[in-house]
Design a protein around this ligand. Structure first.
Ligand SMILES: Cc1ncc(COP(=O)(O)O)c(C=O)c1O
Length: 389
């Protein structure tokens, strides 16, 4: 047989998916597993959004839509960006995608050539590096320091710039660290991006999930970054719509034009009626988003207080998203071993920090988009396990 894709064979399988699967298998075998490995809200999609999709289907919205997004959703995104992010774009600067993940892929496909380098902040979401590799480009890891709250500085970015550097990937609020980028960090990013003519991919999928007065700023709202930033966003997290597969990207018209070519010649589009419902989500009442965020905030408070009582665990008070990223200080076991012990001995499925890069080592990621009872079980089990690690 002919050899299969060498490029794809260099891409590792997702550790998050592996841990979720292990957790599911144990659960199916009758074990009381608490699953904190995933990254999705435990809430169902708000009813008014579901109703909008249902009504759209009944009204015949079941045909091929415009590949890059229905006019009504493009318009809703234009308005949302102006209203919430202080970003002014035209519909020609937007593409609707089946999930934010495809928007990231399309952004990279539209901007990169083989041999280009992309700055991937470490730790960062598991799929960034592999998606860069799939373009024939090279992810260059910029190690951030957990002891310095994973702060982004100009020096840390500049240390990895070469003539081949093309783009910086930013994610704020951040998965897995829970950090929200500050004005000062954004200024450092802007200085580096403009000095070296770099694109910025700004993954803003957790923008609404903020705590203790943290504020989300989009780099695209900064005049010096407006024409080099591609915003990636979606409905999965804010509106609990993970299964719908609906997201979007907004950026320079030339980038969007190429992304639209990719989409037209590959997957065609997101599903038609999801777009109609997506417009209702953006244009409709936002109380549902506030209510879900309030629930995450209560769980975050509970977990931060409870973890503080367990010697051997240090957990920074996250500013956004719905993950805790504690460090296990009482053991020198690596995070993969720790995650395996947590699963085997305490029946808690988590994601090892190493999945997010070397800077994540000795950390474990817990999703708090999980029922309170499961979080209570987690704390009880950790209190018993950690002293014996
Ligand atoms: C940082 C980050 N970006 C993007 C996504 C993609 O989400 P979706 O494809 O469901 O819109 C996720 C999902 O977990 C994520 O954590």
């Amino acid at each position: 047989m002919q050899p299969l894709s060498t490029l794809l064979q260099t891409v590792p399988a997702s550790v998050t998916a592996m841990m979720m699967q292990k957790g599911r298998e144990l659960k199916a075998a009758g074990v009381d597993v608490v699953n904190l490995a995933g990254g999705e809200p435990d809430f169902n999609t708000p009813e008014h959004i579901i109703r909008a999709a249902h009504e759209a289907m009944l009204a015949g919205d079941t045909h091929y839509p415009t590949s890059w997004g229905s006019p009504v959703l493009l318009e809703a995104i234009v308005n949302k960006l102006a209203r919430e992010n202080d970003v002014r774009v035209t519909p020609a600067q937007i593409m609707v995608t089946p999930g934010g993940k495809w928007a990231i892929y399309a952004t990279l496909a539209a901007t990169l050539n083989p041999g280009d380098e992309v700055l991937v902040l470490d730790p960062s979401w598991v799929s960034y590096g592999p998606m860069v590799t799939l373009q024939g480009a090279t992810p260059v890891r910029v190690t951030l320091d957990g002891n310095d709250n994973f702060r982004i500085t100009r020096e840390r970015l500049e240390a990895h710039i070469t003539p081949r550097t093309k783009l910086i990937m930013l994610n704020s609020p951040n998965n897995p660290t829970g950090r929200v980028i500050t004005r000062e960090e954004l200024a450092a990013l802007a200085t580096t991006a403009t000095a070296h003519d770099l694109y910025v991919l700004s993954d803003e999928i957790y923008e609404h999930i903020l705590y203790d007065g943290a504020v989300h700023y989009s780099p695209a709202a900064m005049p010096e970054l407006a024409d080099r930033t591609i915003i990636v966003n979606g409905f999965s997290k804010a509106y609990a719509m993970t299964g719908w597969r609906l997201g979007w990207m907004a950026g320079p018209a030339e980038v969007i034009k190429l992304a639209r070519t990719l989409q037209t010649q590959s997957i065609t589009s997101a599903a038609s009626f999801t777009m109609t419902a997506g417009a209702v989500a953006l244009d409709g009442p936002q109380a549902c988003v506030r209510e879900m965020t309030a629930a995450y905030a209560a769980r975050r408070r509970f977990m931060l207080d409870a973890l503080e009582e367990i010697p051997g665990i240090e957990c920074a008070p996250i500013e956004g998203a719905f993950y805790l990223f504690p460090r296990f200080t009482a053991t020198d076991k690596d995070s993969l071993t720790l995650a395996q012990i947590l699963l085997d001995e305490a029946h808690i499925a988590t994601t090892p920090g190493i999945a997010f890069g070397a800077a994540g080592e000795s950390h474990i990621r817990f999703s708090i988009a999980t029922h309170m009872e499961d979080l209570e079980k987690t704390v009880e089990r950790l209190a018993r396990l950690v002293p014996n690690l």
